[in-house]
Design a protein around this ligand. Structure first.
Ligand SMILES: Nc1ncnc2c1ncn2[C@@H]1O[C@H](COP(=O)(O)OP(=O)(O)O)[C@@H](O)[C@H]1O
Ligand SMILES: [Mg+2]
Length: 405
């Protein structure tokens, strides 16, 4: 009896997976097809795919075929270290001694499930393990070298599917993040603009009278001290109000075709001292091939100052800030990136950082990023934030390249 698989059925599986990959089918469905077809091709009892969750480092079930719920509910039957090992050797592992092999975590359950042999193929992407394809047989059998090669081919397809799933997830969460911000910011922005206008006038009055009084105050004493504090604090309010007005001002940027590197160089020069004083290493990587984009130089300066000050403030002791500019891979945008090795942002704060007045700093105004967001938006651009608590934060600002450039 010939149990070997033929090239044609393998070809059909690979083709089916490729087609569904490009047709926009759901990742889950594609993985289901993949495990089902693999099991059928090897005339096996069942098969499953587990995907390494980058956050929890667990191997989550991606899809399974031919296995009872009871067996699956036992949880991942293997640990990441083991998969890593497998991956490092880049080989397929065949387990024949179900009851005694250390790689079978639930031997008794596996035996009761009728499993007599297991074949594992690592799913890798760029030398990193991202999952595993496991085939279950109900009787021991020999696998030819060619069959093992086939299995690796299928696992490679699996890698493409998982890659796509993860990409989609990132895109979706980026979109959710953006939609949420836009909605919140427009409501808050309208309110803030109203309040800012109302407060601006009385504030100017307070400042005028207190400055006048100061001129008449005695050289020393509590009277002068008090007035100085009033003036100082009023000036602080004015800055906040100005930021607020900036944030909500509907005016269009006065944009000219500019190489963004020019702005970056100017701002870095401006903040040079700040970096030196705090012993923060600054790494600069500006693309020499940037097309000019339509930007309001003053406003972009403001964005970069905001991002850099935040980066500096996030670094307690030593650390590194990296500023990069480049053209995005799709060649549609110029990107400016500010990354730091600072304290990072907790996941629950991530959705709030662009809100006006959200600040975790004792003296923060919480307006830097709100203003930044609104300037980026007025430029038709996008801003993304990525952060890992205690590791650092990265902001990417993208501006569209005009068609004529
Ligand atoms: N690079 C960064 N690293 C860590 N946290 C940041 C960073 N940038 C912004 N944040 C967080 O976002 C909040 C809002 O930033 P921002 O709008 O500039 O206001 P502020 O700097 O006045 O607090 C900060 O208080 C901080 O919690
Ligand atoms: Mg700030």
């Amino acid at each position: 009896m010939n149990k070997n698989i033929d090239f044609e059925s393998l070809y059909n599986i690979l083709r089916e997976i490729s087609t569904s990959l490009h047709s926009g089918a759901h990742v889950k469905d594609i993985l289901e097809t993949l495990v089902m077809k693999s099991a059928q091709m090897f005339k096996a009892k069942g098969a499953l795919i587990r995907i390494l969750n980058p956050k929890t480092k667990h191997l989550d079930l991606g899809a399974s075929y031919g296995l009872s719920d009871q067996y699956l509910s036992k949880g991942p039957a293997f640990r990441k270290e083991f998969v890593m090992d497998l991956c490092r050797q880049n080989r397929v592992l065949i387990i024949r001694d179900i009851l005694n092999d250390p790689f079978v975590q639930y031997p008794k359950e596996a035996w009761e499930e009728g499993i007599r042999m297991i074949v594992d193929a690592p799913i890798t992407y760029k030398d990193d393990v991202i999952g595993i394809l496991r085939i279950y047989f109900d009787e021991p059998r020999e696998l030819s070298e060619q069959e093992l090669q086939y299995l690796i081919l299928i696992a490679e397809r699996g890698a493409a599917v998982i890659q796509r799933a993860q990409l989609l997830e990132i895109q979706e969460s980026r979109y959710d993040q953006l939609a949420l911000q836009t909605e919140k910011l427009s409501a808050l922005g309208r309110m803030a603009a109203g309040i800012a206008h109302e407060i601006n006038n009385p504030l100017a009055g307070v400042l005028l009278y207190s400055t006048n009084l100061l001129k008449k105050a005695p050289e020393e004493g509590p009277f002068r001290e008090g007035l100085e504090i009033i003036i100082q604090e009023t000036l602080r309010c004015k800055t906040i109000i100005q930021d607020l007005l900036e944030f909500s001002r509907p005016s269009e940027p006065k944009a000219f075709l500019t190489n963004i590197n020019k702005v970056v160089v100017k701002v870095l020069h401006l903040l040079d001292n700040e970096f030196r004083l705090r012993h923060i290493r600054l790494e600069i990587d500006l693309s020499k091939l940037l097309p000019e984009i339509l930007i309001d130089e003053n406003q972009i300066e403001q964005i970069l100052v905001n991002l850099l000050l935040n980066a500096i403030q996030a670094i307690e002791d030593q650390g590194r800030v990296t500023v990069r500019t480049y053209v995005t891979p799709d060649r549609k945008n110029v990107a400016m990136e500010v990354a730091d090795t600072g304290c990072g942002i907790s996941p629950e704060n991530m959705s709030k950082i662009f809100e006006p007045f959200f600040s975790t700093k004792p003296k923060g105004t919480g307006l830097g990023l709100a203003v930044t967001y609104s300037i980026v938006e007025k430029h038709g651009g996008k801003i993304y934030a990525f952060s890992e608590p205690k590791q650092g934060t990265r902001f990417i600002v993208e501006f569209p390249i005009p068609r004529e450039s």
